[in-house]
Design a protein around this ligand. Structure first.
Ligand code: 5GP
Length: 204
């Protein structure tokens, strides 16, 4: 990867980690774009088709997998979720950093395909805080909450597969966003993303 290309930034976080809020802060910047995933789950109140997700049927999701249109996809708590390939490639070519707000299995698949991707695990300060946040949100049934909490335990067990961990403390989402920005800045300066340093330096 050269320094002209944007960074593929995976931000995973269990339900209640506040990843939506943190990512919204990053997306206020011109150099970040959001990968709008396709999903078969129903839209929640306030979610807009084409902005939060592309809400599509199971049938068209399976068709898109068949036609190689998904960079990665997974089945999570009974629904399909996937990253549209062409949109992702276009954004990266434009030089913007692309945020993929995806779960752990998808993150692993991205890393396998794109070793230069940067994987950040965003966590609530603790499991008990996570549980309180989820219940306070009031958007899910008890059954769904329990499913998501169980999934969170599995996700955090895979923390070692990530490059970075960032904690999102109550009312401190701006600090978590600042940490992620520092990570991206450092990655941009890494030697692996800056080829022919000596050549360019000596001949400019
Ligand atoms: P939610 O239903 O709460 O919006 O999302 C459920 C989980 O699916 C979250 O962990 C979210 O990050 C993840 N997710 C959203 N889009 C994608 C995607 O395109 N691919 C994968 N692998 N996970 C996704």
């Amino acid at each position: 990867m050269t320094e002209n290309k944007g960074i593929m930034l995976v931000v995973s976080g269990p339900a209640g980690s506040g990843k939506g809020t943190v990512n919204a802060m990053l997306l206020k910047r011109d150099d970040f774009a959001f990968s709008v995933s396709a999903t078969t789950r129903a839209a929640r109140p306030g979610e807009v088709d084409g902005v939060n997700y592309h809400f599509i049927t199971r049938e068209s999701f399976l068709e898109r997998i068949d036609s190689g249109d998904m960079l990665e996809y997974t089945e999570y708590c009974g629904n399909f979720y996937g990253t549209p390939l062409k949109e992702a490639e276009e954004v990266l070519r434009s030089g913007k950093n692309l945020i993929l707000e995806i779960e752990v299995e998808g993150a692993m698949n991205v890393k396998r395909k794109y070793p230069d991707a940067v994987l950040v695990l965003l966590l609530p300060p603790s499991y008990s805080v996570q549980e309180a946040r989820l219940r306070g949100r009031g958007t899910e049934t008890e059954e769904k909450i329990l499913l998501r909490l169980a999934r969170a335990k599995e996700e955090v067990a895979l923390a070692d597969c990530y490059d970075y961990v960032v904690y999102n403390y109550d009312d401190k989402a701006d600090e978590a966003a600042a940490h992620i920005l520092s990570i991206v800045d450092a990655e941009k300066c890494s030697i692996k993303r800056n080829d022919r340093v000596a050549d360019k330096y000596l001949n400019s």
